[in-house]
Design a protein around this ligand. Structure first.
Ligand code: UD1
Length: 392
């Protein structure tokens, strides 16, 4: 069988790496020939949504991800432009050779675009990290999640909350597999390989006495004055401790114009995975508006202050080390005071975040392949035509 694995943007790469590794292990273990129906042949398809070396290539090298079999080179643009390019080019790929299963991960534009194309071409969809919901329609990621899940065949979920969300939306239990978190598979398999980044020495940092910050969501970075107030309040609130701020390209464009500077604020380029996680693991705390980082800090036991009003990952708050501070710059001061006074929860690790999610995913795909769950399914367009014919 042929599986397409879709990856487009930075947070996708750590989610696909362990799945690919497990597919290769499963093939070695099964001893099947490539020609066997149940051999797991795969194509790694990079949509090209993220293309800078430090947003993409560096992750492939560090995480041992093979070179993509194809790159759709969708590049920058509005989300509709990116979606259009990805859909047109992936449709061409499927026209040349149709796959049996399309695995999409996360909630980025590439996730949604490839799901829609695959579904229309009659290819089954498996969504890794399906079912999570922020209920915030101002987030493009929420639109991507809901659109993807509305046409997904099989859901590989990270939490009981995700399972419940899907059940509430009418998904039957036989399509939901609570496997855990592939991002945590990557985290746990790399803890022995982490690399101290140059900024640790060059800024004379000490373990447990600096902050890591990431900001890229439109709600925080697109309004210049709000972004400035947020950063000013954060810089004041850390009592002189340094804040290491690897800057996302979207944020960089705005910051270059604003020119905000503080003695304790250190801008860097986006870091590689192994350097970034090293920095987080040794930090006093993380300040972020990312979703994935709240999962990593939960497992690492590092306090996390999230500059958002909601989260699609509530277990990082109810069980983990994360707290939602909101996006109001005024909320930063009391949150940092609480942190600096040592009054922060320690948290626990959510169920199934044990490094084995990808093993469970690949085992389940093998079961589905054997019991006919991945057999060709009639594309929607054929159904529509059938109705027309029957109606005559
Ligand atoms: C995307 C995802 C977001 C994810 C984030 C992680 C969507 C809707 N959003 O947001 O969920 O958290 O990635 O990084 O898919 N750019 C570069 N070089 C690159 C990539 C992007 O310069 O390698 C620039 C683009 O030209 C654009 C900006 O960064 O101006 C934003 O990139 P884009 O892919 O549109 O979305 P992100 O904000 O990165």
């Amino acid at each position: 069988m042929l599986i397409d694995i879709i990856a487009g943007a930075r947070p996708n790469f750590m989610k696909i790496a362990p799945i690919i590794r497990e597919i290769e292990k499963a093939n070695d273990k099964s001893g099947l020939e490539k020609t066997d129906r149940h051999y797991l042949e795969y194509r790694l398809i990079h949509t090209g949504q993220h293309y800078d070396r430090n947003m993409s290539g560096a992750f492939f090298e560090q995480l041992g991800i093979p070179e993509p079999d194809m790159n759709l080179e969708s590049g920058s643009g509005t989300q509709s432009e990116q979606t259009g390019r990805i859909m047109t080019r992936y449709e061409q790929v499927l026209t040349e050779r149709k796959s049996d299963l399309c695995i999409v991960v996360g909630d980025v534009t590439s996730t949604m675009a490839c799901s829609i194309t695959a579904k229309k071409m009659g290819v089954r969809i498996a969504h890794v990290e399906g079912g999570i919901r922020s209920r915030d329609w101002t987030m493009p990621e929420e639109i991507n999640r809901v659109a993807t899940d509305s046409i997904t065949d099989y859901f590989f979920t990270t939490s009981e909350v995700a399972n419940t969300n899907l059940q509430t939306e009418g998904v039957t239990d036989d399509r939901i597999f609570f496997v855990g978190n592939t991002m945590i598979d990557t985290l746990l398999s790399n803890t022995g390989k982490l690399q101290e980044p140059a900024v640790f020495g060059s800024e004379d940092l000490s373990e447990g006495a600096y902050f890591v910050m990431t900001l890229h969501r439109p709600a925080n970075v697109d309004e210049e004055q709000k972004l400035k107030s947020l950063i000013d309040n954060i810089a004041k609130g850390t009592e002189g401790e340094k804040i290491i701020f690897p800057v996302h390209p979207r944020t960089k464009k705005i910051l270059d114009e604003l020119g905000i500077s503080h003695d304790n604020l250190v801008y860097t380029e986006p870091l590689g995975y192994l350097e970034f996680i090293w920095l987080v693991k040794h930090a006093r705390a993380v300040i972020t508006d990312s979703g994935g980082i709240t999962e990593e800090t939960t497992v690492l036991g590092i306090p996390c202050l999230t500059l958002r009003d909601n989260t699609e990952r509530p277990e990082t708050v109810t069980e983990g080390t994360n707290e939602l501070i909101g996006t109001n710059p005024e909320a930063v001061k009391p949150a940092l005071e609480k942190l600096m006074s040592g009054d922060w929860k320690t948290g626990s690790i959510p169920q199934n975040w044990d490094g084995k999610a990808s093993t469970r995913i690949v085992e389940q795909i093998q079961v589905l392949a054997k019991n006919g769950g991945l057999d060709f399914h009639t594309p929607y367009i054929d159904n529509a035509l059938m109705f027309e014919t029957t109606g005559e």
